[in-house]
Design a binder for this molecule. Structure first.
Ligand code: TUI
Length: 313
């Protein structure tokens, strides 16, 4: 299936893997790229040399294009941004901020730029800055979320910009992909479904949490500190929500309570203190599979549904 996204990135299928902090490493990224999608290494809160190491590892595991996700709230965002230009990485996706200040350096290095946006305002701003496409991510997604749903955001972003739009948030199968196409997207980004990929190195406890999740198993906390994140409900998440609602509990202590919780979930499988980020679609993710097989499953269903349909993608 060819779309504006596959042509832009030189990939086989219009599927980008989400840039999941503490999870999306060279192992998962190379497996997704080898499966015909676009694998992504998460730069999370790591320094440039750590990310460079993952890029080199990924290059030894695939000859297909892959990308790096830069979380713009990271204290290392600037040095990582410069390093990906030096390394001439094929693609950069960004999250949790406006990447306009890096666009010139990345374009000069031939890096394709796909910022994640949660509003039409940011979509217009980054289009004006010269990016190649936008990823419109609705609040069904796991991790840092905006206010709008995918259903409402994607068509409004598609109307607001002239560059290709990728849909994200709540998409985990062929039906979601076709729905995204119907809303004006020419590709999808999936995170939650790839959490249970065989090549995903996240803790086994994390995979079990996703596999056991049902439709109402996730919730959003962190609004009080300005960084709402969606994660699977656990005793820890309930405790955080209680402290967050207690106006006598100071912000600094709340921040300390949340510190390190992503790493504890992803690396240690620590159920007591870990924050297991996942999207609302986790209830539908029930099977461990190789990443390439996930991509094949999604594409088979989408292509079956698209038979005879003449949309310009
Ligand atoms: O970034 C994500 N998802 C993430 S980042 C992350 S790491 C983290 N750790 C602790 C606290 C918070 C985050 C885990 N998951 N998705 C992309 C995304 N970007 N969603 C929402 C946005 C967004 C929101 C506001 C992008 C831009 C924005 O406005 C920035 C501006 O300057 O207008």
């Amino acid at each position: 299936m060819q779309t504006k996204l596959t042509k832009l990135l030189g990939i086989q299928y219009p599927i980008i893997q989400g840039g999941m902090a503490w999870i999306a490493d060279a192992s998962l990224a190379s497996a997704v790229s080898n499966g015909g999608g676009l694998g992504i290494i998460s730069a999370m809160n790591a320094d440039a040399e750590w990310v460079r190491g993952e890029i080199r590892k990924c290059r030894s595991m695939t000859d297909k294009p892959f990308g790096v996700n830069i979380m713009l709230m990271s204290p290392y965002a600037d040095e990582v941004a410069q390093m990906v230009a030096e390394e001439k990485v094929a693609v950069v996706t960004t999250g949790a901020g406006n990447p306009s200040r890096f666009v010139k350096a990345w374009k000069e290095a031939g890096v394709k730029i796909l910022p994640v946006v949660a509003s039409t305002a940011l979509a217009r701003m980054v289009e004006r800055a010269g990016v190649d496409a936008v990823i419109a991510e609705g609040g069904e997604s796991g991790g840092h979320v905006g206010d709008l749903t995918t259903m409402a955001l994607v068509p409004q972003v598609a109307d607001a910009v002239h560059i290709p739009v990728v849909a994200a948030g709540g998409i985990a199968d062929g039906r979601g992909m076709v729905a995204a196409f119907a809303l004006g997207a020419c590709g999808v980004q999936m995170g939650t479904r790839f959490l249970v990929a065989d090549e995903c190195t996240v803790s086994d406890v994390y995979k079990q949490k996703v596999l056991a999740a049902k439709d109402i198993s996730t919730t959003v906390t962190g609004r009080r500190l300005g960084h709402p994140v969606r994660a699977i409900k656990t005793a820890y998440m309930n405790a955080y929500a209680k402290l967050e609602a207690d106006s006598n509990y100071p912000d600094e202590k709340l921040e300390a309570f949340g510190a390190g919780s992503l790493r504890k979930a992803a690396k240690d499988g620590n159920v007591e203190e870990g924050c297991f980020l996942a999207g609302q679609i986790a209830g539908m993710v029930n099977k461990r599979q190789p990443a390439a097989e996930i991509i094949q499953d999604v594409m088979r269903k989408a292509e079956e549904m698209m038979e005879g349909v003449k949309w310009e993608l």
